[in-house]
Design a protein. Structure first.
Length: 336
């Protein structure tokens, strides 16, 4: 349910001098309650097809872009919007699909939706870690193919209890993953990052470099943003040093991992298993080699896909948009 007071929004007070501002909403996933709120203040231009040409044909003259698609919001679309455009809000935490350089150059305000999805994404990470380490996919295959052996199961998994968990990027999502794993009796948490995180103290997590995490972690969680520094960071070199019984979980972005190198590592037994919510490309083609591997558990980028979380993301995006258009401080702006 929408709570107009939640963000202390100027919902009632917001008014425009002349006509209502126009917002392009590139989404079919925005809840009706959020559309209603926006409709009361703005003229909405709804994009029902995710095709770039369709978006280009609708975007001209808009004041705001509410972006809830993984389509690249690139310079061409931003240019096509024209000079009215003041505010872009993405209904996502990550914004590697947004041309922030062009937004900055043009002085366009930008906001994302951090925070509200931490729990859902961290839950997905734990789901994948357990599923991959306990060979969920292979077990299912055994049942389906009639290969379920009687007696004690020979397909042995690896334990989280007593393990060393490495978290690449101890931001809010990384911390939420670690907090969920504490009751699993993890032996120690390692994390990588540029600086020590104050929150790491209560988790007794130790800041290490990627090389140390690579060599020591039994479970490796990727929870950092995709950028020039992290693109392709988990590659052949990494898999050359990883523990044979290690489990890799990626809930961040597919491009942080060199996917072909991961496939080779999974096939050759350099790594035990992987649980991936993100991959390259998305959607993954149905003939991808990843789908042929038994030691991989895949989910189709469902990290934030719960009803409550998506409603909260949409609400936050809407409130950012109204504030941005109204010249107020946005709730979760990105400093470009
Ligand atoms: O919001 C995001 O960036 C996500 O990818 C959620 O899974």
């Amino acid at each position: 349910m929408m709570d107009p007071e939640k963000y202390n929004i100027l919902a009632g007070k917001l008014s425009w001098d002349k006509e209502k501002p126009k917002i392009l909403i590139a989404s079919t996933v925005v809840p009706e309650s959020v559309l209603e709120l926006l409709k009361s203040k703005c003229e909405l231009i709804l994009i029902k097809k995710e095709s770039k040409n369709h978006i280009l044909s609708k975007v001209q003259g808009v004041h705001g872009i509410f972006w809830a698609t993984k389509t690249h919001l690139d310079e061409e679309i931003i240019d096509a919007a024209g000079l009215n455009l003041t505010t872009v809000c993405t209904m996502s935490a990550g914004y590697d699909h947004i041309d922030t350089k062009t937004l900055k150059l043009k002085g366009i305000k930008f906001a994302n939706t951090p925070g509200v999805l931490n729990a859902a994404v961290a839950d997905t990470a734990v789901l994948l870690a357990l599923a991959a380490s306990r060979r969920l996919h292979e077990g299912r295959e055994d049942i389906e193919s009639g290969n379920w052996k009687t007696g004690l199961q020979p397909r042995l998994g690896v334990d989280i209890s007593g393990s060393t968990v490495g978290i690449i990027g101890l931001g809010e999502i990384g911390q939420a993953i670690a907090k969920r794993l504490v009751p699993f009796e993890v032996s120690q948490f390692l994390y990588t990052g540029h600086t020590e995180k104050p929150e790491a103290k209560s988790l007794k997590a130790k800041l290490v470099n990627l090389e140390t995490l690579n060599k020591e972690a039994d479970f490796i969680f990727i929870s950092c943003p995709l950028n020039n520094e992290t693109k392709g960071m988990i590659n052949k070199d990494f898999f050359g040093k990883v523990k044979k019984a290690a489990v890799l979980v990626n809930i961040a972005r597919g491009d942080i991992v060199e996917q072909q190198d991961l496939i080779e590592a999974l096939k050759s037994g350099k790594i035990f298993a992987a649980g991936l919510d993100v991959m390259t490309p998305e959607p993954l083609p149905s003939d991808s080699e990843l789908l042929k591997l038994s030691n991989v558990v895949l989910t189709p980028h469902i990290g934030s896909a719960t009803k409550k979380t998506r409603e909260q993301m949409a609400e936050l995006t809407a409130h950012n948009m109204l504030r941005g258009l109204g010249g107020e401080n946005m709730i979760t702006p990105v400093n470009l």
